[in-house]
Design a protein around this ligand. Sequence first.
Ligand code: PFF
Length: 448
Amino acid sequence: MSAPTRGGWASRFGFIMAAAGSAIGLGNIWKFPYMTASHGGGAFLVVYLVCVFVFGISLLLAELVLGRMAKRNPIGAFRKLAGGAWPAVGALGVVTALVILSFYVVVSGWAMAYFVYAVEGTLTTASSGELNALFGHLVSSPIVPLIYAALFVLLTAVVVIGGVAGGIERMAKLFMPLLFIILILLMVRSLTLPGAGRGLVFFLHPDWSAIDGHLISAALGQAFFTLSLGVGGMITYGSYMADTQDLGRDALSVVALNTMVSLLAGLMVIPAMISAGITPDAGGPGTTFKVLPTVFAAMPAGNLFGIGFFFLLILAALTSSVSLLEPVVSFFVDEYRMKRANATVIGASFCFALAIPVSLSFGIWHHIQLFGLTIFKLMDFLTSNLALPIGSLMTALCVGWVVRRAAVDELSNHGRIAAGWAPIWLFFIRYIAPIGIVWILVQGLFGL
Ligand code: PFF
C-alpha cells in the first residue's frame, strides 16, 4: 500500500515531462556528443541506437512496471515483489545514483559558471585558444567549481523537498519544451558553419571498422545512462504513476523525446567541433563547453543564445539530478518514515562530499589515478560501464524470471500498445536483455 506521504504525478503529461526530464540532461548534451566523437562518430551512433531500442525500451518498461506494482522506492520494491537477496539490487542502484550525482553536480556547476560567463559577455568575444584556456582554468581551480557544485546541490535539494508534483513535475513541464526550441535553433546554425558538412558525415556515416568491444560497452553504458536506467530512478518515478496510465505508450514517448534530444545535441556539437578544428578524439568532457561558444559567436544576438542555452542546460541537468536524489530520499521516507526534508539533507550532503574529490581530479588531484583513470573517469567508468549494466541485468532477471506473469498483467492492464506487445517484451526481458548485457559486459571488460 502506498503511504499517504508518498505523493504522485498530477497528470499523465506531467509524468512524461518529468520522466523525459530525468532522461534528458547532461547525458544527452554534454556526454553523448563527446562520447560519439571519441568513439569514431557514426559507428558509435548506430550501436548506441541499437542499444536504446533493444535494451533501453524493454528495461525502461521493466523499471516502470516494478515501481508501479510495488509503489515503493527501489529497495522496497525489490523486497515486496521478489524478496530474498533481491533488495540488494535496489541498494546497488541507490549507491550508484549517489556516485553519478557526485560527478553530475560538478559538471552542472561548470554549466552554471558558463551561464555567468555568457551573462558577462566573455564567451562570444573569446578566440578558440582563449575558450580552451577558459575551460581548463575553470575546471582545474580548486575552489570555484566546488562553490558552483554546492549551489547546484542546493538547488536540487530545494526541488526535491518541494515534493513530486509540486517540485519536479511543475519545473519539467515548463522548461523542457523551451529546451527543445533552443536546441533546434543552435543545431541549424551549427550545421551551416563553414566545414560543418565534414562533421555531419563523421556523425552520420558509420565507419564499421571502429566497432570493437570497448565501443559496444561504452554505447550500452551511454544508453542506460541517458535513459536513467539501472539505478532505480525509473522505479521510483513509476511508483508515483497512476494505475490507469498506459505504461507502454508513455515509455515510448520518453524514449522518443530522449533520443531526439541526443540526436539534436550531436548535430549541434559535432559539426561545430569539426568546423572549429577540434579533432574528435581530443574533445573529451570539455567538448560542449569549448565548442558551443563558437556557434554563439557566429549568430546574431549570440550572447543571448549563450545565456538562454546555459540557463536551459542547468534546468535540464536539474530535472535529472532530482531523479538521482529521489531514489535515495524515497528510500529513507518509505523505510525509515523519515521526513522528506531530513532525508534530502542527508542525501545531498553525502553527494557533495563525494563531489569534492571528483572536482579536484580535474586539477590538483589529476595525478591520483587507478588503472590509469582519474577519480572522475573512474567513477564514470564504474557507474556507466559496470554498475548500470549490472543493475539493469539484475532488474531484467528479477522481472523476467521472478515477477513474470504479474509484470505482464501490470503492463497489459491499462495499455493499448502494451497489451499485444507484452509477451514479446517478456521474451526480451527474460532472454535477450540478460544474454546481451552479459555478452557486452564481457566484451567491454576483456576488450575482445
Ligand atoms: N539520464 C540523465 C542524463 O542523461 O543526463 C542522467 C541520469 C539521471 C542517470 C537519473 C541516472 C538517473 F537515475
